[in-house]
Design a protein around this ligand. Structure first.
Ligand code: SAH
Length: 315
């Protein structure tokens, strides 16, 4: 596979779930072979699964740079990307070390561990034997360029909401599918058909790979674009994007294409602004979940007979 005389420099940063995805996206263009997110104390968490069944930090972000003429330029680009993120939230100091050349590929794979979500969902890289329990839903998900490894609190909140809401035979729209994680999950929970859309071509590619890997092709299709790809009305519409994007999608008329909605990617400080947009779109909040600073809002159309003055969203 790789040249056995090749040397690598490993970059690792210990952080939390939330920053891990952001760091991974920021450094991805400058490293070789992808970015690994390693959940610490994973095995302890499996033992406690019913008490603490979802993945929470700390996480080690690990990536490799080839030791060649491009090293210094790549390292400078990585440091620049990290210092930009550092302006938003402090990033722990990265550790750099030389690694043995021959087992680079294996070391890289070992760093990806299964992640548990919701009550019975196990996200597992394809090369790992899943340690599934009876009744578990195992998703085979390989890291690609796309967001959606299952580590981010917003993905976890959406997975929980899907577990509660999806019933066999439902039609689902997943706006901002990323790695396809929530689309595949909806299919495994019994949805009859799922459309995942994303404006990022890399995400569409990663999502299609993951749909195929999970033998979900007959149920899940993935399209480049946004909710304008929707055909008809869906039982559940998921959008785990960002508060600003969700607000814009609501203003564009997203509320018309769903009987129920799961929104996340919303910081607790942004929830009130999103609720105003929901109310303007005649949606009401029927459930609200929170993990760390992140909020997930489950919404339904306001009853047509209600007067807005009497029924503010969320009350
Ligand atoms: N659904 C996955 C990924 C969420 S990341 C999860 O829950 O883990 C958000 C994704 O939304 C990104 O892949 C981004 O490319 C996509 N996105 C951003 N704006 C969008 C828009 N207006 N329409 C559709 N997708 C969008």
């Amino acid at each position: 596979m790789t040249d056995s005389t090749q040397h690598w420099v490993e970059l690792s940063i210990e952080t939390d779930n939330e920053l891990a995805e952001a760091i991974s996206e920021a450094i991805y263009p400058y490293v070789e072979g992808g970015v690994a997110l390693e959940q610490i104390n994973y095995n302890d968490r499996i033992a406690d699964r019913w008490e603490d069944e979802t993945a929470t930090g700390p996480v080690v972000v690990r990536a490799y740079l080839p030791r060649d003429a491009t090293l210094e330029e790549r390292r400078a680009s990585v440091e620049r990307a990290l210092s930009c993120l550092n302006l938003i939230r402090p990033i722990p100091q990265p550790a750099w070390r030389e690694v043995a050349q021959t087992d680079w590929a294996e070391a890289w794979k070992v760093a990806f561990k299964p992640v548990r979500l919701g009550r019975r969902i196990l996200i597992c890289p394809s090369w790992i034997e899943a340690e599934a329990q009876p009744g578990d839903i195992v998703l085979r998900l390989d890291p690609g360029l796309a967001f959606g490894t299952g580590l981010h609190p917003t993905t976890q909140l959406c997975a929980e909401a899907l577990e509660e809401r999806i019933r066999p035979g439902m039609r689902v729209l997943d706006v901002g599918t990323g790695s396809g994680i929530l689309s595949v999950l909806a299919a495994r929970l019994g949805a009859e058909s799922v459309l995942g859309v994303d404006i990022d071509e890399e995400a569409v590619r990663a999502a299609r790979d993951n749909v195929a890997r999970n033998n979900a092709n007959t149920c899940v299709s993935v399209a480049l674009g946004s909710w304008e790809q929707a055909a008809g009305v869906y039982d559940v519409v998921i959008a785990n994007i960002l508060a600003g994007v969700i607000t814009r999608l609501l203003q564009e008329g997203l509320a018309a294409v769903g009987h129920a909605f799961i929104f996340s990617g919303i910081l607790d400080t942004q929830a009130e602004a999103v609720k105003v947009a929901l109310d303007q779109a005649s949606l009401r909040v029927v459930d609200q979940k929170q993990r760390a600073d992140w909020i997930c809002l489950v919404c339904e159309p306001q009853p047509t007979t209600s007067h807005k003055d009497h029924g503010a969203a969320g009350n």
